[in-house]
Design a binder for this molecule. Structure first.
Ligand SMILES: *Cc1c(COP(=O)(O)O)cnc(C)c1O
Length: 401
């Protein structure tokens, strides 16, 4: 495999375009001050306000024409035939699993280094999770480890495009085709990420989140993407109490609907998607240049041929570093720079999960080591050049002390 550090150039002109008319609101709560650099910022502006007001005045605030507009834009952005909006990324995962008929007795192979929603969706539909180890470079499931777990009960492979880096979808798709498996992508963190020219969410059934901290947000929300018309139809039915026509129930269902008010917040951001992700990539490239050559610090690498959405800029503090990972987080906090560990423990390493699993998880040493070494630094598009300088200097200072 060939890896390269990402270097995307963006002119200051286009960077300014990204943030013009956009106010930033800290999502990190009341502790954030002017001098502090939060880990994430929500960027919403006049375009969102205008569209929200349009919905308010229309009198139709639940699921309606604005959700439809968001869906067509989303489908176009991902290069798929169908996008179905739902009320969260967790719902998107559950909807995909259920619409594929996955349930008790079925095994789903996924990553142990993920947000708990991935696991909760698998457990909620009654299936059995199996955990593959991850690749040391890109933090996504290693196809060789996936292959070892495939057996007669396997129904699906569920890769997580962690931090916004796409998993090895070419190899995973081949394994799935060979064994007759469904591919469900947890693309919650990866809108806009690509393998070659192909968007994540278009290799299998794509599950996206529009939660407040994601690259595109409606506060809460999610989207399922697919090229399979039958699957799209089943998800739309599940989303709306099993009804196509009012009070004609074709199957049991749920209320999984997104609202037009939420869709109005998402549409202008989707229109800006390329600029927003380019600004993230620019910030990531700057940090990677500024943090080169520090012993015990590994900056994120991007596998050749893949486009990272840089939802998170995640470094590793390795064992030969002069400080511990958590000491870096504390040092950054002292100078007002936000950071976070995604994720401090493997997703099955909790008592409530262990109780639910029939067998102990297969060992995943690479994922376990990653959980002890990773820490994410701010990379959001609202960062200014001086913020990026401050982040890099603070990291360097922490490694010197
Ligand atoms: C955010 C996230 C989800 C869940 O999305 P919600 O919209 O919060 O339900 C699922 N998987 C991953 C990897 C996520 O980061």
């Amino acid at each position: 495999m060939h890896h390269s550090n990402l270097a995307v150039g963006l002119t200051s002109e286009s960077r300014r375009d990204t943030t013009s008319n956009v106010r930033t609101v800290s999502d990190d709560g009341p502790t954030a001050t002017d001098a502090s650099i939060p880990l994430t910022k929500v960027m919403l502006g006049e375009d969102e306000e205008r569209l929200v007001i349009q919905v308010l005045r229309s009198g139709q605030i639940a699921q309606g024409p604005m959700v439809k507009r968001l869906e067509s834009l989303f489908a176009e952005r991902c290069g798929v035939a169908h996008a179905i909006a739902v009320n969260s990324g967790t719902t998107a995962l559950l909807a995909a699993l259920k619409a594929h008929g996955i349930g008790p007795g079925d095994e789903v192979i996924t990553s142990p280094l993920t947000f708990v929603a991935t696991l909760n969706a698998i457990l909620d539909c009654g299936a059995t999770p199996r955990f593959a180890d991850i690749d040391d470079v890109d933090f996504t499931i290693d196809p060789r480890s996936v292959r070892r777990l495939v057996n007669d009960r396997t129904r699906a492979i569920l890769p997580v495009h962690l931090y916004g880096h796409p998993a090895d979808m070419i190899t995973l798709s081949l394994i799935a085709a060979d064994a007759g498996l469904v591919v469900i992508e947890d693309a919650a963190q990866a809108i806009g990420a690509r393998v070659g020219n192909q968007s994540v969410g278009s290799f299998g059934t794509g599950c996206f989140s529009l939660y407040a901290t994601k690259n595109i947000t409606t506060g809460e929300g999610g989207v399922v993407t697919t090229n399979d018309e039958g699957l799209a139809d089943r998800i739309r039915l599940l989303r709306n109490q099993g009804m196509r026509v009012r009070y004609e129930y074709e199957r049991l269902g749920y209320n999984w609907r997104l609202t037009d008010l939420q869709a109005a917040v998402g549409i202008p951001q989707l229109e800006r998607l390329e600029l927003v992700n380019a600004a993230r990539a620019h910030n990531a490239a700057f940090l990677t240049r500024s943090l080169a050559g520090i012993r015990g610090l590994v900056t994120p690498r991007v596998v050749e041929g893949r486009t990272h959405a840089f939802h998170q800029y995640t470094v590793r503090v390795t064992r030969d570093a002069p400080i511990k990972r958590d000491e870096l987080g504390a040092a950054l906090m002292r100078v007002g720079i936000g950071s976070a560990v995604y994720y401090p423990r493997l997703v099955h390493d909790y008592e409530c999960v262990r109780r639910r699993l029939a067998r102990s998880p297969d060992p995943t040493p690479i994922a376990a080591r990653a959980a002890s070494e990773v820490i994410s630094l701010p990379v959001h598009p609202a960062l200014r050049a001086e913020d990026l300088d401050r982040i890099a200097s603070a990291v360097r200072a922490a490694f010197r002390s």
